[in-house]
Design a protein around this ligand. Structure first.
Ligand code: NZQ
Ligand code: ZN
Length: 388
């Protein structure tokens, strides 16, 4: 039965080619001090930086730059950003980049005026925000995380080897996000396909739970079918606007809280993937692809009817004259073939994981209880070994 819920999403989205033209309208709603947050320089090479800076200047903003946000942003970088916000009395944090830049901007927005150590308060103790929040806007350049329309902010502490996501409430969601699919054309292939799988994983984390008849699962199946279709086209023809724009839109809906409504959710692939990320600094989507097949084959017996449904509805497996187990297994085989065709990383050894790291990765994996099987530590180790 569909559980009770409250639903609202406060982020205003501007979607499509040329949608950066709406940035000045949004900027006009905030004070003059803008923190321009970006990553390692891709936006300077592809010209997005110049376009954003022109809009900021034309809007009369005083721009303070915060560059060098790394993939998997660190707690040390977070402290630097907080300092910049305080020193410059920042009125708006404008994130121009992928999930790392958007997540970082949100983490800074809640941490700058936090009276305690934000890592301890928000990430180790998972407490709510009770201080001033600096508004965030995003110009997205990499598709996958859904960070453009959610409250997620994942931060890595390389010293304690922990990568933790805090899902903040509505008041931390970006106030606006600008999504131009053309801005994603310059992504290296490795990042592009990692993003495709990140989207798939977000949907599956919310799909593989529950035994009820739930509208969210039908929406998830539709999103998955569209993703598989468009990603196959984009892998062959990366500048295909139709495919890239569909994928950008799917990514947003995959993790803007809608398809989790009325459901419990799993998230164990992400928990294992995040711990691998803390040890290897590997690309997020690839940490998920590398463990997914072992994980799903492990939990299949506990959620067999849903795996059967997944095989038939998403992968088009013909169930005639086959057992439920055979159909479910064939669905996962098709998923694996699709992943290999995209060129995803399919084992954790390729991400730099060694035998010696396995215990630490298992210890750093948070166990969630919303999926078909609550894993114990030995099962996490077994899944990791199976993924090597
Ligand atoms: O740093 P630059 O030079 O900009 O290069 C980036 C980076 O190296 C590059 N890139 C981005 N846009 C580009 C581009 N290169 C060329 N052209 C462009 N248009 O891509 C690289 C990866 O960027 P990053 O932002 O790290 O990727 P992604 O969007 O996958 O974000 C990953 C982070 O998001 C977190 C992950 O854990 C990870 O820390 N997540 C956030 C979530 C959320 N907010 O809900 C959920 C996700 O599951 C995920 O955990
Ligand atoms: Zn993800």
């Amino acid at each position: 039965m569909l559980g009770n819920f409250c639903y609202a999403n406060p982020t205003r989205l501007y979607f499509g080619e040329g949608s950066l033209k709406y940035l000045p309208e949004e900027l006009a709603q905030y004070g003059e001090n803008v923190l321009l947050v970006y990553g390692g320089g891709s936006i300077k090479k592809n010209g997005i930086y110049d376009q954003v800076l022109a809009a900021l200047k034309a809007s009369g903003k005083r721009v303070v730059e915060d560059a060098g946000v790394m993939p998997n942003p660190t707690v040390q970088k977070l402290y630097e950003g907080c300092e910049k916000v305080r020193q410059n009395h920042i009125d708006l944090i404008l994130a121009v980049g992928g999930g790392s830049v958007c997540d970082y901007a949100k983490a800074v927005s809640v941490s700058a005026y936090c009276s305690e150590d934000p890592w301890e308060k928000y990430y180790l103790r998972m407490e709510d925000v009770d201080n001033e929040i600096v508004p965030v806007g995003c110009v997205l350049t990499m598709v996958g995380t859904g960070s453009e329309m959610n409250g997620g902010a994942v931060i890595t502490n390389p010293d304690s080897k922990l990568k933790i996501g805090h899902v903040f409430g509505d008041d931390v969601f970006p106030k606006f996000s600008i999504l131009d699919p053309v801005f994603t054309y310059t992504l290296p292939r490795h990042q592009m396909v990692a993003g495709f799988f990140d989207i798939m994983s977000h949907i599956l984390e919310q799909y593989f739970s529950g035994t009820d008849d739930n509208t969210s699962d039908y929406i998830a199946e539709g999103l998955l079918r569209s993703l598989i279709h468009s990603s196959r086209i984009a892998a062959e023809d990366p500048q295909n606007y139709e495919a890239r724009s569909n994928i950008m839109w799917i990514a947003t809906w995959a993790l803007n809280t809608l398809i989790a409504k009325g459901k419990s959710t799993d998230w164990m692939v992400h928990m294992i993937g995040q711990s691998i990320g803390a040890y290897t600094d590997a690309t997020h989507g690839m940490t998920l692809s590398a463990v997914s097949m072992a994980y799903y084959r492990h939990i299949l017996p506990y959620g067999l009817p849903k795996f059967y449904r997944y095989a038939v509805q998403v992968w088009g497996v013909d169930p005639q004259a086959k057992s439920e187990e055979q159909v479910a297994a064939e669905g996962l085989e098709r998923m694996e073939a699709y992943m290999r065709q995209l060129g995803l990383v399919m084992d954790i050894t390729a991400l730099g994981v060694t035998e010696e790291m396995l215990d630490g990765i298992a210890d750093g994996t948070f166990i969630m209880d919303g999926g078909y099987k609550v894993l114990d530590r030995d099962e996490v180790v077994a899944i990791l070994k199976e993924s090597m």
